[in-house]
Write a protein that binds this ligand. Structure first.
Ligand code: DSN
Length: 425
């Protein structure tokens, strides 16, 4: 049996990687922000480009030996522009948080007023949470969803914009199951001379496939992670109109970051290439269809869904409607081989580490090839587990069914076969 370099050098890490691969292959991954990258993306991430320093931009580097780095970064830029139809893109942000930080550095001064969607209503830490840099350096006015509809309260957002005259309105969310009206938000911003940052981390794949309206023609800045619906490496990008391109590039480097992660930029280029292929649109359409079938199955089983359903890749389930907390529901499902995350719901009475909801997403399982029939089955299992969260026998029975289902949708099989756990690790 082949022994890998890693298992020779560091058997403990090799074993953890093997076990994680096995965990991914044998369980149901329903965390809305996760996905499975292709072997091609993994290969680019594990390439020799990790050795290279390349501070600067293509053709303007602070280090020698960057001719092939320039090829990679230019390809990543060209493909991202083709995918999102943006004027300008910076492919160097290491993450979504650093992409957002770069936009703030490019466009704002400490103490400026910003409007951001409240984390507990589905927003994101970097949109102005008090514990995050965005909440510490700026005067944050949060907006949220309407209590009845649980959809963004655009009228209230407009009122807040007129009252506070922010320098920037930030839109985009990490736990919002509905379409975001970027055009309307941009119109509100224009009326008060505010800039717009749209953070499309969760829905980037849908936007690229034309299945969610794009903010690109409306927003001054658009940021994203690349590892969620977009199905690339764990990283970020920042886009903007031509007018802001120089400030944005200066903000990413040298403002926020030093040397770019060239191996990750190479993997982002591969991800954009894959997203430009015809099959990507069909994949994203199936992600949305799967989420809607799963939502319907859970609704039919008596669960209350925040906003009543979903337009995108995720569902927010109010498990308090069944007398549970998000924490208890997450744990019970984990024991049955189903991974979700607890999540606050709008106007939640529980703190975030307990929470009243679970967030469920379909990007990863759709990558595995699962479709409507599997979603119905999985929705029924979720309902069964949550109907008796202390029933360990039930959890074990469903875990075995989950394993059987996963066996029919193999994942990273060649990686698992490459190493024989007993003899090579
Ligand atoms: N933590 C990410 C998520 O799970 O949605 C957002 O950055």
């Amino acid at each position: 049996m082949h022994k890998s370099a890693l298992s020779e050098v560091d058997p403990q890490i090799a074993e953890a990687i093997y076990n994680e691969t096995q965990r991914l292959a044998s369980g149901l991954e329903l965390i809305a922000s996760e996905n499975y990258v292709s072997e091609a993306v993994l290969e680019a991430m594990g390439s020799v480009f990790t050795n290279k320093y390349a501070e600067g931009y293509p053709g303007r580097r602070y280090y020698g030996g960057c001719e092939f780095v320039d090829v990679v970064e230019r390809l990543a830029q060209d493909r991202a522009k083709q995918l999102f139809h943006c004027d300008h893109v910076n492919v160097q942000p290491h993450s979504g948080a650093q992409a957002n930080m770069s936009v703030y550095l490019a466009a704002l001064k400490p103490g400026d007023t910003i409007l951001g969607m409240d984390l507990s209503h589905g927003g994101h830490l970097t949109h102005g949470h008090p514990l995050n840099f965005s909440g510490k350096y700026f005067n944050v006015v949060p907006y949220g969803v309407d209590k009845e509809t649980e959809r963004i309260d655009y009228k209230e957002l407009e009122r807040l914009a007129h009252e506070h005259r922010p320098k920037m309105i930030i839109c985009g969310a990490s736990a919002y199951p509905r379409t975001i009206d970027f055009e309307r938000i941009a119109a509100i911003a224009r009326a008060v001379d505010a800039l717009v940052l749209a953070d499309i981390a969760h829905i980037a794949g849908l936007v690229a496939a034309g299945l969610h309206p794009s903010p690109i023609p409306h927003a001054d800045f658009v940021t994203s992670t690349t590892h969620k619906t977009l199905r690339g490496p764990r990283s970020g990008i920042a886009m903007c109109t031509e007018k802001h391109s120089k400030e944005l590039d200066r903000a990413v480097f040298p403002g926020v970051q030093g040397g770019p992660l060239v191996h990750i930029i190479a993997a982002k280029a591969v991800c954009f290439h894959e997203a430009l292929q015809p099959g990507f649109k069909a994949y994203q359409a199936q992600v949305v269809k799967n989420a809607s079938i799963l939502a319907e199955t859970l609704r039919n089983a008596g669960f209350r869904l925040v906003s009543g359903g979903t337009d995108n890749h995720l569902i927010l389930v109010d498990v308090s409607s069944k007398g549970l907390t998000g924490k208890i529901a997450e744990k019970a499902l984990e024991k049955a081989g189903i991974t979700v995350n607890k999540n606050t719901i709008p106007f939640d009475k529980n703190p975030p580490l307990i929470s009243s909801g679970i967030r469920i997403g379909t990007p990863a399982l759709t990558t595995r090839g699962m479709r409507e029939e599997e979603m119905q089955k999985i929705g029924t299992w979720i309902a069964e587990v949550l109907s008796a969260v202390d029933d360990t026998g039930l959890q074990e029975r469903i875990r075995l069914e989950v394993e059987r289902l996963c066996h029919n949708f193999p994942l990273y099989q060649s990686r698992l076969q490459r190493y024989d756990k007993a003899s090579s690790i």
